[in-house]
Design a protein around this ligand. Sequence first.
Ligand SMILES: Nc1ncnc2c1ncn2[C@@H]1O[C@H](COP(=O)(O)OP(=O)(O)OP(=O)(O)O)[C@@H](O)[C@H]1O
Length: 250
Amino acid sequence: MRLSQVSFRYRRRAPLVIQEADAHLAPGDVVELSGSNGAGKSTLLRLLAGLARPTTGTIAGRPAVVGFAPDRFPAAQPFTVTAYLRHMARVRGGARWEPWAERLNMGHLLALPLSELSKGSAHKVGLTQALMAEPGLLILDEPFAGLDADTREALPAIAAEVAGRGGIVIASDHQGGLRGLPGLRPWSMVDGRLKESTEASQAPESATGPGAPEPRDAVVAVTLPAAELHDFLARMHGEGYQAREIEESG
Ligand SMILES: Nc1ncnc2c1ncn2[C@@H]1O[C@H](COP(=O)(O)OP(=O)(O)OP(=O)(O)O)[C@@H](O)[C@H]1O
């Protein structure tokens, strides 16, 4: 998936909220997006998810199945949790939501109307609908906000699993909840400009620059058929290695 010179403004003549963002995302990438309030994180996530279109620039190669958990789950809907998740599962072509509801400890919430959920509980419903369809692109806007300790602790493993089967995970986060995941790419938004922090740049192309690998790390380049890239990167991420495409095929 590639962002090329993506800029965005909410209204004609309004200032640009996102300015000329360039980025490349490979299967298995996990990105932590940080930035101060109003820097443009949620806007960028909505652009990545396809919920808003760039004013200029392009986003290409978005995976077919996108899971998006917004920072504020729209709970003012006339459904119980079960009815809502069943409905979403049908929309998602028969996705299985039950294992996620169990994993996120939602058993006691299932019969409640969405409108009666606490903020953190509503957030879990949002996470479940984002995860149920096995997304190739999982976008989480402030996923740790309001979550109880058990769910907070479960989230990094869930993100790693999605990445391990070749999904791209992007989470905006003020709390550093994903730190420690191998290969995590820290992105930051500063006044609408997207930057990738050098501490994540343990990719071969930056091996001699700032943020180069630790001396005891080895960096290898592997050439393989483009058709195998997705599975290869997923396998490497699954085994805990940092791996990413450094030269695009075709
Ligand atoms: N629907 C909207 N219409 C007009 N302007 C908007 C809209 N949504 C956001 N903005 C503006 O776009 C800018 C970026 O907002 P955004 O919500 O993307 O920031 P953020 O980094 O996610 O902030 P926070 O950390 O507070 O959630 C802000 O100046 C905000 O006021």
